[in-house]
Design a binder for this molecule. Sequence first.
Ligand SMILES: Cc1cc2nc3c(=O)[nH]c(=O)nc-3n(C[C@H](O)[C@H](O)[C@H](O)COP(=O)(O)OP(=O)(O)OC[C@H]3O[C@@H](n4cnc5c(N)ncnc54)[C@H](O)[C@@H]3O)c2cc1C
Length: 410
Amino acid sequence: MAKTRTASLSCELAVVGGGPAGLATALLAARSGLKTVLAAPKARPDHRTFALMAGAVRMLQRLGAWEPLLPQSAPLRRLRIIDDTGRLLRAPTVEFDAGEIGLDAFAWNFPAAPLSEVLGELVSKEANVTWLGGVMSSCVAGPEGCDLVLDDGTAIHANVVAAADGRGSLCREAAGIPVETWRYPQTAIVTTIAHDRDHMDVSTEFHRRTGPFTLVPLPGKLSSVVMAETPEGAQRLCELDDAGLAREIERRSHRLLGAVSIAGPRGAFPLTGLLPKVFSKNRVALIGEAGHVVPPIGAQGLNLGLRDAAMLVECLSQSGDTDAALALYDRRRRGDVVSRATAIDVLNRSLLSDLVPAQAVRALGLYAIARIEPLRRRIMSEGVAPGGGYTPAIMQPDPEPDEDGLSLAV
Ligand SMILES: Cc1cc2nc3c(=O)[nH]c(=O)nc-3n(C[C@H](O)[C@H](O)[C@H](O)COP(=O)(O)OP(=O)(O)OC[C@H]3O[C@@H](n4cnc5c(N)ncnc54)[C@H](O)[C@@H]3O)c2cc1C
């Protein structure tokens, strides 16, 4: 429950924005003993679903947020990529099995709304967090800290600001962090379907000329659907009634899941990209979509956002030197975020490209992944954890016990 204040406040960390990345940051900060203010009006209802990978799920488990989400979640035990471009150079179908890299599942898929509810409830129980329901209207950021003012007049002085205020972040602008933004000639249509065949915990991605068309398991005989289309194609899909859209999904999925009916609301998301020059400056650290926007391919966006949250709190709570902690945060987030945004961009553009060399590279890449086992395992491991970098402690697996049954943790 948001508390309303009008007095001036001072804190170690001010989190601006109450999307899932901001709520997770506030909860982690409070649990690690940082005096925290959360400036977050009630978030708008989100009808999407999120597939979160093992590290993010482990973090939610340790925060006590996973148990209520588990009954609404479906494991993604296998991932299948099918080339449905109909082009001359076609890639073989590639399947990844989580068991090959010792995991029970690559990810768990569940509705977005309960995640924010659960995180919000936990945050509101934390004595270390003052949750203000106002919108931040001004931010002055500098090398010694930040001064924020909310629309109800509340003033806040923060040693550090976690900018979790989304892709149009005012905090990012106040810190003077330039960004590169771009648009894809695509819009993603998302909905939920009911189907008469079991999905068998397999997520299937059809690579089409207009981008990926993905079926992601939900509990029972339900799946989330993400269809990347041209803006005109997306408009046509939006104009279909439920029966027409269901027929189109059956056709595009080659009836993989049998007969289909629409079981949830639809959403349309124009696909864009955003990367900042730095992830922290003038005591402002970028969290979630304030620091990266990637197309919904390979379920990376919020997984990155939760890694931002865990990394920032870990850096701040382990160092008495704020500037050194923020410099470390910038270095550690850069590799993970940039490598993933680049991989998604290359894959997406290779689908859209009519150039034969681009199609050949994509087809050959998938051929190599299908045939070369160590490469396949490497790609799978990279897909679920930060690119060759450091994983925040709260996302790391428990240490394996040694042969005497003793934990290897020190
Ligand atoms: C179709 C689709 C499917 C996706 N599927 C997945 C998936 O399966 N897995 C995955 O990991 N990611 C997925 N993503 C990405 C994921 O949705 C985003 O990464 C995530 O929602 C971003 O959360 P956030 O908290 O960073 O930003 P937001 O949810 O945008 O939150 C920002 C918040 O800041 C608030 N705010 C803004 N300005 C102010 C201000 N001045 N003062 C106070 N508050 C402010 C806003 O009101 C908002 O509540 C998907 C994205 C799309 C489009």
